[in-house]
Unconditional design. Structure first.
Length: 208
């Protein structure tokens, strides 16, 4: 069922996270609607990636973290994640990397067509049969973006996704991302050190 535009899909209240007695952040609260793009900024080491990992339940099995407060997510929410590192599987093609999460939820031919469409969006279709070690750093990051956008998520977490790009390529990637978001409604939490990136993509920004 399609979510209402003004429905909250994520509510964080008084979230505090410590690791091995070092407090990363405390009393952080946030509400996110199904069509919002929210930015997170803050100094290095203050827990921006940790916050995204809390939302994605990545820290559940790591007992070095102490987490208090609450994170409420819409039932059956689908989350995709663009990490700082590209995290591509080296022994399969670009196309297969983008298809991989899709094949778990749909037939292979449908997954392939969706993957092709998003590789086109990021101008990488001509590289679909290449392996990750044949790509530049910027191309690898574009494949990561294509993979995250191709998955039909309600919430997309983006952790410094443009940091490996020079200024010209970064601007091009931001435009590609904005073009996709004009065609589809998706909630995004976008982490960046760059005020310019945050201003171009986000309707509001929180300091962590």
């Amino acid at each position: 069922m399609k979510m209402e535009q003004n429905e909250f899909i994520l509510q964080i209240k008084d979230l505090s996270v410590s690791q091995e007695e070092k407090k990363l952040f405390s009393d952080f609260s946030l509400e996110l609607k199904s069509n919002q793009i929210i930015g997170i900024k803050g100094p290095s080491g203050k827990g921006k990636t940790t916050l995204l990992n809390c939302i994605a339940d990545v820290l559940l099995k790591d007992n070095t973290f102490v987490i208090t407060g609450s994170i409420q997510k819409k039932s059956n929410i689908k989350i995709s994640y663009v990490f700082q590192e590209h995290r591509l599987i080296p022994f399969i093609s670009v196309l297969k990397n983008v298809m991989l999460p899709l094949e778990k939820i749909m037939p292979k031919d449908e997954a392939e067509q969706i993957a092709i469409n998003y590789l086109k969006e990021f101008e990488l279709l001509y590289k679909k049969d290449n392996f990750p070690n044949e790509l530049s750093g910027g191309e690898k990051q574009r494949v990561s973006l294509a993979r995250a956008f191709a998955y039909p998520s309600d919430l997309l977490l983006m952790d410094e996704p443009f940091q490996s790009q020079d200024l010209e390529k970064k601007q091009k990637l931001i435009l590609m991302t904005k073009n996709i978001l004009q065609k589809e409604s998706r909630a995004i939490i976008f982490v960046s050190h760059s005020e310019d990136e945050l201003e171009q993509l986000c309707e509001k920004t929180f300091l962590l």
